[in-house]
Design a protein around this ligand. Structure first.
Ligand code: SER
Length: 597
């Protein structure tokens, strides 16, 4: 089976059970200050898991693009990927354990034709916060999973979420597939690595509050996740995840360019895996609908690290010239049908890669010379910082070079150097890897509505070329990136601020309607038109939802945007809007930070 077949098999199966097939959301989460990337299928659905109504209904299914950067050091082994796809199905207070587990079982045994003998499951063992999940275990045994193949584990293994500090969470039941050569043992041993996790059904019946207490949630949501590449690899008996069809042609291209063979030597194999994984991830982030160029901050810095590490491993393979674009073109070819945005953004992606490779290619050679002169056994934080600031070596590269020579790096001192140089934003990017999801407090809701007002006001003052390039909301402030070539004048800033405050004073109602993307476009709504033809979206209007928004300052339809919500009900709730800062974000993109007082 290939990825295309599995994606289709999965969503069609759940469509038959009343699920609406939705599009993958962007890899760049919106309005979420604590995390850089979409890390799971449930991530873009958090507002709906928290109670917002979803326009497609209460049963959803999709394949979602995901990025996980936490495991970046592990990339190079057989199973870890930075970019991967997650299949999932969700119940928004619709079905519960019985249906979810039954469908999981049917899909595995009937659609994927996995013999029951090759399956084992885990369920939650219970603790002071929530009882043992006997209900799930019973459902499994009724379906034909023997008691011996069910393990009861604690929170560390069988509880998912909340994704942030607070939010929906609950016990889960995980499904494992036997990859051993011999017959699967009768009794399931969770510590035996030949059992590989393939699917996870989370029963989000709890809510973790600020004080760390788990309360029963008033809604019972189900969130499931299946790693697409991993399932293809284990079911196909592949030796690793790099043999999957959305990866193998990338490896073949690297073989072709380098003249080396995958598998001929562990070091060569590892470098090829890192190049393939990192370029695949970088292309998907750059080619996203909210595509990000390499830079020194946030997602851009992750892209930069991925590209630079790929370039360095190209040198390890003996590749002397630029090679990344050639590999990137294969990635685009592999994904353009399922994620057309990567093809649409192809020239941007290739240009940015070429620039980065030209820049770093030279610095890398010089930096390696400098590195080779450093005497061990430890690379000081100061030296690591010089490599970072003068030669553009992300810490990961220095650590890797050191490891290859049996040296260590004083990471603490490196961090101190970073702090000294006030490079706080980049540090922020590092720390966000550990983050969770944003909270959905009243304050973030207000700032979210204020963001819509701000975008509308910017278009009225600066012109219709203004488009959202990014949005990030914390409980304290909003941050909005938008396309505009010049620094805003003081007068423009004042006019924008006044317009937003006028919209607040007018006490406009905030409402939404559900419609198809094309209807939204025809109505003049702003937003990412990333959903497929015919798919329903929510369109939030500030002011009169029956008219079209236009450029005049006191248009009765102040703003209209495709957006999931949540928002306040009336602009009068917002207080006073104030722009704190207007600055450059990247070429052609300005950034505003603003607050509600
Ligand atoms: N959110 C869960 C996971 O990431 C299930 O989708 O595994």
């Amino acid at each position: 089976m290939n990825t295309k077949e599995l994606r289709e098999l999965y969503v069609k199966f759940f469509e038959k059970e009343g699920h609406a097939i939705i599009s993958s959301a962007s890899l760049i989460p919106e309005n979420d200050p604590t995390v850089l990337f979409t890390t799971a299928g449930m991530h873009p659905l958090v507002p709906y898991l928290m109670g917002e109504k979803h326009p497609a209904g209460s049963r959803l299914t999709d394949a979602q693009k995901c990025i996980r950067t936490g495991d970046i050091d592990e990339v190079g082994d057989a199973w870890h990927l930075t970019f991967f796809e997650m299949l999932g199905n969700w119940s928004l207070n619709s079905y519960w354990k019985k249906e979810a587990i039954k469908w999981s079982f049917e899909f595995l045994t009937e659609k994927l034709k996995i013999p029951v003998e090759k399956l084992a499951v885990t369920v939650f063992a219970g603790d002071g916060d929530a009882p043992i999940d006997n209900e799930s275990a019973e459902i499994w045994t009724k379906l034909g999973i023997s008691e011996n193949r069910i393990a009861y584990l604690g929170k560390a293994d069988n509880w998912w979420g909340p994704a942030g500090q607070t939010g929906p969470c609950g016990p889960d039941t995980e499904m494992f597939y036997w990859t051993g050569e011999d017959e699967a043992p009768e009794i399931y041993d969770p510590s035996d690595k030949r059992w590989v996790e393939i699917w996870n059904d989370v029963f989000m019946g709890y809510f973790k509050d600020k004080d760390g207490n788990y309360k029963k949630a008033d809604k019972r949501n189900v969130d499931t996740g299946m790693g697409l590449e991993r399932v293809i690899a284990v079911l196909g008996n592949m030796p690793d995840v790099y043999h999957v069809d959305t990866m193998w042609p990338v490896i073949e291209e690297i073989e072709e360019i380098s003249g080396k063979k995958y598998g001929e030597d562990t070091e060569i194999t590892k470098s090829m895996r890192i190049i393939a994984d990192h370029l695949r991830a970088a292309v998907m982030i750059m080619g996203d609908n909210r595509g990000i160029a390499p830079s020194n901050v946030d997602q851009g810095y992750v892209v930069r690290k991925l590209l630079r590490r790929a370039i360095r491993h190209g040198r390890v393979l003996g590749i002397k010239d630029n090679f990344c674009c050639q590999v990137a073109e294969i990635v685009i070819l592999l994904f353009k049908e399922i994620y057309p945005e990567v093809e649409k953004n192809k020239s941007f992606v290739l240009n940015e890669i070429e620039k980065e490779e030209n820049k770093f290619g030279k610095a890398l050679e010089e930096g390696i010379k400098v590195f080779n002169k450093i005497e061990g056994p430890e690379i000081s934080g100061k030296d690591a910082f010089v490599l970072f600031s003068s030669y553009g070596f992300p810490l990961e590269i220095t650590k890797e070079l050191a490891k290859e020579k049996g040296l260590s790096v004083d990471e603490k001192e490196f961090e101190q150097e970073m702090k000294k140089h006030q490079d706080l934003s980049r540090q922020g990017a590092e720390q966000k890897f550990k983050g969770g999801l944003a909270d959905a407090s009243e304050q973030t809701k207000k700032l979210h509505t204020a963001t819509h007002l701000l975008q509308a006001a910017l278009r009225k003052v600066l012109g219709a070329h203004v488009e959202q390039k990014g949005s990030n909301i914390t409980a304290e402030r909003l941050r909005f990136d938008f396309s505009h070539p010049d620094k805003m004048t003081d007068e423009q800033k004042q006019r924008v601020e006044d317009l937003v405050n006028m919209a607040i004073e007018k006490e406009y109602p905030v409402s939404y309607r559900e419609m198809t993307v094309d209807e939204a476009k025809a109505k003049g709504a702003m937003g990412l038109f990333e959903s497929k033809y015919g798919e329903k979206v929510k369109v939030y209007t500030v002011g009169d939802p029956n008219q079209k928004p236009d450029a005049i300052s006191d248009s009765p339809t102040f703003s209209m945007e495709i957006c999931g919500g949540p928002h306040v009900e009336n602009t009068k709730e917002l207080g006073k809007f104030k722009i704190k800062k207007e600055e450059a974000s990247s070429a052609g993109v300005r950034r505003i930070k603003a607050v509600l007082e």
